[in-house]
Design a protein around this ligand. Structure first.
Ligand code: ZN
Length: 288
């Protein structure tokens, strides 16, 4: 297992972590100041800054992308909606390619309309079929241009509105069905916040192996959790055995970045960005 205590060359910052404090150009500058070598930006932040500007700035600082957030949201109420989702995923793949991302992260979607408070239908099995078909259709293009797709299983509390793939096992089943040769074109983004509780976690990480483990996201699970989406903890402040899980991930062959992704309405988004990034560096060394 790699020793993170002496440096942070394997730290990446998911830019949602400081999105309330700074825009993307400033986030990149602040990461550069701290010798952080990778980020994972969100599409809206890239669009606001202009993708060519972002590309140039990253290049100037020699900062890479551990992932690009995000594609997915495949299910829709009708065929036109599903086609619009595929078109949008194609644009996301192109953007990820322009920025030379390690992968495009997929939050696959769930019951269409549920996120806005009114589900167009209640059949979660149908949503899962539409997700599989959407990934299959996107995979062809992604494979052609060489942009790996990383399915992110989300905690079951988000099964209705954000992602109906909720365990690593389920994500890997989809990978095996659509990419049986383990080509490297399709895998998973393993986010500790979503999977830490899973009794099959160790076993399924071993099953995933190097070819399927495309990204590793860290934060911590707070007790109590006060908000289903935006109350993630800083690493070390919650109940997740981070070192143990990273040991499993590395034993399976993963040797990439450890990406900090913290949505924190009640705490970290209220603090100065400098303090957040400095704490990420410190905790990466001491507890991740
Ligand atoms: Zn994540």
């Amino acid at each position: 297992m790699r020793d993170f205590s002496t440096g942070h060359e394997w730290l990446s910052i998911n830019t949602a972590t400081v999105r309330r404090q700074w825009d993307l150009p400033q986030i990149i500058d602040e990461c550069a100041k701290r010798n952080i070598r990778a980020i994972s930006p969100w599409r809206d932040q890239v669009a606001a800054a202009g993708i060519d500007n972002v590309r140039r700035q990253l290049k100037a600082h020699e900062i890479g992308l551990s992932g690009y957030c995000r594609g997915g949201f495949f299910p829709a109420a009708d065929a036109a909606g599903r086609q619009a989702a595929l078109d949008d995923n194609r644009r996301a793949i192109d953007e990820a390619k322009t920025l030379d991302a390690a992968c495009l992260v997929l939050v696959v979607g769930a019951l269409p309309g549920a996120l806005e408070g009114k589900a167009a239908y209640k059949d979660i099995a149908r949503a899962r079929t539409e997700v599989r078909d959407g990934i299959a259709a996107s995979l062809e293009y992604a494979h052609e241009v060489g942009m790996p797709l990383a399915i992110e299983p989300l905690h079951p509390m988000q099964a209705a509105d954000r992602a109906c793939i909720n365990t690593l096992e389920h994500a890997l089943d989809v990978c095996d069905e659509l990419d049986p040769k383990r080509s490297g074109a399709l895998g998973v983004a393993l986010d500790i916040y979503h999977v830490w509780w899973d009794p099959k976690l160790e076993q399924q990480i071993a099953r995933a192996g190097k070819e399927r483990l495309l990204a590793y996201h860290v934060c911590d699970w707070l007790t109590p959790t006060r908000d289903l989406l935006s109350d993630r903890g800083m690493m070390g402040d919650g109940v997740v055995e981070l070192r143990k899980v990273r040991g499993w991930v590395e034993a399976a062959g993963y040797a990439g970045f450890s990406e900090v992704e913290i949505f924190s309405e009640l705490d970290w988004w209220k603090r100065p960005g400098e303090e957040v990034l400095d704490t990420c560096v410190e905790r990466h060394r001491s507890v991740v």
